[in-house]
Design a protein around this ligand. Structure first.
Ligand SMILES: [Zn+2]
Length: 121
């Protein structure tokens, strides 16, 4: 089994309802997004997937999250745009874009250095 990981970023604002702490107030983060994929078979160039292509697919999955107020998105009108649900949302958006034989293992979202949430399918 082979594993690849790429790192991307997006910037957005959010506000966590029912949360007693600093994240209850409107604020922003520069989120670091780590995408980890796995697969068993290498292609004719002996790679699992081109890093640049994986970054492009990840960017497509991040496009509508970048530079927005996340609470305005319909899916976050009732539930909070927490790092946990953001990671799940990126996972669910990215998974169907991957080519056959490449399995999305984990999407990690860092909202600050030292604070990470992950979603495994
Ligand atoms: Zn926050």
């Amino acid at each position: 089994m082979y594993e690849l990981q790429i790192v991307s970023h997006f910037s957005a604002a959010h506000q966590l309802r029912n949360f007693k702490g600093r994240c209850e107030s409107l604020h922003g983060h520069n989120w670091r997004v780590e995408v980890t994929v796995q697969g068993n078979e290498l292609d004719e160039a002996d790679i699992l997937l081109d890093f640049g292509y994986l970054k492009k697919l990840t960017q497509e999955a991040l496009d509508d999250l970048d530079h927005v107020f996340l609470n305005d998105m319909p899916e976050f009108s009732e539930r909070n745009p927490s790092s946990e649900l953001i990671a799940r949302r990126i996972f669910q958006s990215l998974a169907p874009r991957l080519p056959g034989g490449v399995h999305l293992k984990l999407v990690s979202v860092w909202e600050s250095e030292g604070s990470r949430a992950g979603y495994l399918g």
